[in-house]
Design a protein around this ligand. Structure first.
Ligand SMILES: [Zn+2]
Length: 580
């Protein structure tokens, strides 16, 4: 009897302390004056038509909020600037967005983050005009590297510099205490300092392997440049990264993603070493963005360990592990993808798949039955069909595994008969808009005019009820979100070619493109109740950009390529901001 009375009293006190409908706490972070798209309206139709409750007028999309309030790691308010004032307290950090666009945090749902971090940990020499300038960049970089440790760089243009190759001399004078190896832009040449040559055991007595050259001066002394197959004499001398260095790569890769607007990545194939790095960064609270880790099926011991332990069931941690990545077939460019019929430009060849390609079917089935999502790389139409057959067989044997939202990574070439199976089996097509515009030059040659219609077939898949998830497959493709959105919306490359888009009937609308990198990726990770839309109670994961992709994507999509990220907020913390 006492309990209800207390509740009434407490409720009464609340009402007295604050006006009806208002909250009693304040925000830690308050974003105002923004163009906020919550995405808290229904998905567009399979044809891309916006839902009836989408924020639109005759002129197209308009933002559905101005302000977002964050407390701790959650969103507590979304609405107008006027109503947001109530969340302002003495300790609230208020950020005026100056009309920038706010979206639910971007997610790249297929990454290889250590490779990105390794690249980030090297001296970037792309676009450097002179030897002296390159050397100064290396010297500046080397200051933060312990003496004796290798300094790696890449990107000097061995083609443009072919008539006046740099030498080891200036590089050795300015950077004497670190072995330095600088790879050319096209990887046909490397340039080294004397210490690197010494570590690699390269002297005037060293003979170049066939197909390679150790450039030597008139006196027979190596100048510091090695060409073609001789480059491996140096690259093989670089020791593999220590555990510490590797973790630094992973951190650098994730930090780069935060810098580029992403709040999370789905890592496509983590072995023991990578899982250890993720776990170590997580334990120290150092993950700058969320990580949804797919275990690498190739690391069978690691998978079996996780099978005993079971998948992470709860969300909310920065690191979630409940998916397994495997390869079913090869790639289309190298004609390794498994096709139902011969390659159009190589009769007799159909690629390789399944056990021939190292796919451990029984272990994957065990993982799925153990509660793990399968994420299987399949490129060719036969590769996709066989992968769907495999998933179907597991779902038949154990129907509850369908709820795990298995995915096919790339789903690049599909036979028309297999397209409806994605929806039927609940399989997500996890695809890369950049691949479409990068492969278009030769994809048609590999497949011929008929089969190519089933390639990168986003619209066809949506019409058949399939769910999509968009990503970059970095480092293979540029993960720049504006490039990704532009590719999805226009099917044009960075040079805006072809003008009308390559097989434009498969284009996505700007809304679909944005959802592909936000809400749909949230679904693919099982995070749709915690993220993917901007709403009270959701994770405070937001991306702020200087242009409005829903408006620009519809009116002048080429301008998307000039967009930039203003800020990235992950779990309520500002992980990146363009304004210091
Ligand atoms: Zn990949």
């Amino acid at each position: 009897m006492l309990l209800p009375r207390c509740l009434v009293v407490v409720a009464g006190l609340c009402a007295a302390a604050a006006p009806a409908g208002a909250q009693t706490s304040t925000a830690d972070l308050l974003l105002v004056n923004g163009r906020v798209y919550t995405l808290a309206w229904d998905d567009p139709s399979p044809d891309g038509a916006p839902a009836a409750n989408a924020p639109r007028s005759a002129g197209g999309f308009h933002p559905d909020a101005e302000a977002v309030a964050i407390r701790g790691d959650r969103i507590v308010f979304v609405g107008t600037d006027r109503d947001a004032r109530a969340w302002r307290g003495p300790k609230t950090r208020v950020v005026d967005l100056g009309g920038a666009t706010v979206l639910p945090g971007l997610v790249d749902s297929h990454t290889h983050i250590a490779g990105l971090g390794e690249r980030e940990s090297q001296v970037d020499l792309v676009g450097v005009a002179t030897e002296a300038e390159a050397v100064e960049r290396v010297a500046a970089f080397a200051k933060s590297v312990p003496k004796g440790q290798w300094v790696l760089g890449r990107g000097w243009d061995e083609g443009a510099w072919a008539n006046h190759y740099p030498t080891k001399k200036l590089l050795g004078e300015r950077v004497p205490d670190h072995p330095v190896l600088l790879s050319g832009l096209h990887t046909f040449a490397v340039w080294a300092n004397p210490l690197a040559l010494e570590r690699a055991g390269i002297s005037r007595a060293t003979a170049a392997p066939e197909g390679g050259e150790i450039v030597k001066d008139a006196a027979g002394e190596p100048t510091g440049v090695l060409l073609n197959r001789a480059t491996s004499l140096l690259t093989d001398a670089v020791p593999p990264p220590t555990e510490e260095q590797y973790e630094a790569y992973v951190l650098a890769g994730l930090a780069r993603m935060a810098h580029d607007g992403y709040v999370a990545v789905h890592e496509a194939g983590a072995d023991r070493r990578l899982m250890k790095a993720f776990a170590s960064l997580d334990a120290r609270g150092r993950l700058p963005v969320r990580v949804y880790a797919m275990l690498s099926l190739r690391d069978a011991d690691l998978c079996r360990e996780w099978l005993r332990r079971g998948p992470d069931r709860a969300n909310g941690r920065m690191l979630t592990t409940r998916s397994v990545k495997a390869f079913y077939d090869g790639a289309l460019g190298s004609r390794g993808a498994r096709l139902l019929e011969d390659y159009s430009d190589r009769p007799g060849q159909r690629g390789v798949s399944g056990t021939q390609y190292g796919f451990d079917q029984s272990l994957m089935a065990e993982m799925m039955k153990g509660g793990f999502q399968a994420a299987i790389h399949a490129i060719g139409d036969a590769g996709n069909r066989e992968t769907l057959d495999f998933i179907e067989s597991v779902e038949k044997a154990q129907p509850e595994t369908r709820a795990l939202r298995h995915r096919i990574e790339h789903a690049q070439v599909l036979h028309p008969d297999d397209v409806p199976r994605f929806a039927r089996l609940g399989v997500i097509a996890s695809m890369e808009p950049p691949h479409c515009v990068e492969d278009k030059a030769w994809a048609e040659a590999r497949l011929g005019p008929e089969r190519v219609k089933g390639a990168y077939a986003w619209r066809t898949l949506r019409r058949a009820g399939a769910r999509l998830a968009f990503n970059s497959d970095l480092t293979g493709s540029d993960h720049d979100i504006f490039y990704g959105l532009h590719a999805a919306i226009t099917r044009r490359d960075k040079k805006l070619e072809p003008a009308g888009g390559w097989h434009p009937e498969e284009r996505m609308t700007p809304e679909e493109a944005v959802r592909g990198y936000t809400a749909w990726n949230a679904y693919a990770a099982g995070w749709e109740k915690d993220s993917g839309v901007i709403a009270p109670g959701r994770w405070a994961d937001l991306t702020v950009m200087d242009l409005d992709p829903l408006v620009v994507g519809a009116t002048d999509p080429g301008r998307l390529l000039r967009g930039s990220i203003r800020a990235t907020i992950v779990a309520g913390k500002v992980a990146y901001t363009a304004v210091p």
